[in-house]
Ligand binder design. Structure first.
Ligand SMILES: Cc1cc2nc3c(=O)[nH]c(=O)nc-3n(C[C@H](O)[C@H](O)[C@H](O)COP(=O)(O)O)c2cc1C
Length: 180
C-alpha cells in the first residue's frame, strides 16, 4: 500500500450528516453549518464538534438549546455559504431566504426546507475536543422533501450524498432496539 499524509486520515472516517444548527440568543435567531456530527448511542444523544470561534457557540452554552437541521443535496450550496459567514455580522435567515417555523420545546426555529429537524438540549461540553453532547427532545421530518439523501462532508471541500442502501435488518434483528 502507498503511505498518505496523515491529515488525509479524516477523509476516510467521514462524519455524520452535514447539519444546519439554529440557536436563539434571546434577541435573534442564528444558524451555523456543522459537519462534524455523530449519533453516539441509542438514547437519542448526538454529538457536534464546535468551539468559541463561532458566534453560535456562546449561545449554545448559555441557552443550552438548539435545533439540528438536516439539509438535503438541494440545500448544499446554501449550507456551505451559511458556514462561510458569521451571524454576528449578518442575519443569515434573510440573506439566504431560509424558511422557518417555531419549534415546540426550544426557542430556536426549525428550517422547514430541510429533510429533518431535531430539537435538542445541550447536556454536556467536553472542552478538550470541542464536543457538544445533545439530547434530542423532538424529531420532525419534511415529508415533501424532494431528495432525502443525507450529505456528508469528506473534510477536504468535497461532499458525498448517500448512495445505494443495503438492508441487513433480518440479519441484525436481535440487536435492533424498538422504534428503529
Ligand atoms: C461545509 C462546512 C462545514 C463546517 N463544519 C463545522 C463544524 O463541524 N464545526 C464548526 O465549529 N464549524 C464548522 N463550520 C464553520 C461554521 O459554520 C462557521 O464558522 C460559521 O460561520 C459560524 O457561524 P456563527 O459565527 O454565526 O456561529 C463549517 C463550515 C462549512 C462551510
Amino acid at each position: 500500500m502507498k503511505e498518505l499524509p496523515l491529515p488525509k486520515a479524516l477523509t476516510y472516517i467521514e462524519p455524520g450528516p452535514l447539519t444546519l444548527v439554529t440557536t436563539f440568543d434571546g434577541q435573534k435567531p442564528n444558524v451555523m453549518t456543522i459537519s462534524w456530527t455523530a449519533a453516539i448511542d441509542f438514547d437519542q444523544h448526538i454529538l457536534l464538534t464546535t468551539g468559541p470561534w463561532n458566534h453560535s457557540f456562546e449561545t449554545l452554552l448559555k441557552t443550552k438549546e438548539c435545533v439540528v437541521c438536516i439539509p438535503g443535496p438541494d440545500m448544499l450550496k446554501t449550507a456551505v455559504k451559511i458556514g462561510m459567514i458569521s451571524g454576528k455580522d449578518e442575519n443569515k435567515f434573510t440573506r439566504f431566504h431560509l424558511k422557518t417555523q417555531p419549534a415546540q420545546q426550544v426557542k430556536p426555529p426549525l428550517l422547514t426546507d430541510c429533510i429533518a429537524c431535531l430539537e435538542c438540549q445541550v447536556e454536556d461540553y467536553i472542552e478538550k475536543y470541542g464536543f457538544i453532547i445533545l439530547q434530542v427532545l423532538k424529531l420532525w421530518e419534511n415529508e415533501n422533501c424532494p431528495d432525502k439523501r443525507l450529505v456528508h462532508a469528506v473534510g477536504d471541500g468535497t461532499f458525498i450524498a448517500d448512495g445505494e442502501k443495503f438492508s441487513l435488518r433480518s440479519l441484525m434483528k436481535a440487536k435492533l432496539p424498538p422504534g428503529l
